[in-house]
Design a protein around this ligand. Structure first.
Ligand code: SF4
Ligand code: SF4
Length: 132
């Protein structure tokens, strides 16, 4: 990555990780979903009802559980046979941007099947050099 891009991502966008790899369409991220709204993970059914009026994405989500992190959803657009998104061309921005580093701050991680990786923009070896 060139220095200008690195500067933009870390200093302007305040990102620590960059996404590499590509989607292999395993469909895992469309099951067992937590949703972050602004700075918190949605964990309240009443809030979910309000959010459904605000954005079509919430209307796609079927509530399948709840744990100490928040509500757990499965997307109704995921075709259970093909494991593909039924509205792939029209999928919301949140799906297009997945995975983002906020995933980690929610206590989540990428599943083993995922073809993406989240890699530090500034490698650990470079951080060490600066502190020496
Ligand atoms: S809209 Fe498509 S890509 Fe987005 S969560 Fe649902 S199935 Fe997955
Ligand atoms: S888990 Fe990763 S590889 Fe699988 S569908 Fe989601 S983004 Fe694509």
């Amino acid at each position: 990555m060139n220095r200008l891009k690195k500067f933009f991502l870390t200093k302007v966008m305040r990102k620590l990780y960059q996404r590499t790899g590509q989607c292999n369409r395993c469909g895992q991220c469309c099951r067992q979903i937590y949703v972050k709204h602004y700075k918190h993970v949605v964990s309240d059914e009443k809030e979910l009802e309000r959010l459904r009026f605000m954005h079509r994405f919430y209307g796609y989500l079927k509530l399948v559980g709840k744990d100490e992190i928040g509500l757990i959803f499965e997307c109704e657009n995921l075709d259970p046979k093909t494991k593909k998104c039924k509205i792939h061309r029209l999928r919301p921005g949140i799906c297009r941007r997945y995975p983002q580093e906020e995933l980690f701050s929610m206590g989540g991680s990428l599943c083993d099947e995922c073809g993406y990786k989240m890699e530090p923009i500034i490698p650990f070896s470079e951080v060490l050099e600066k502190t020496e």
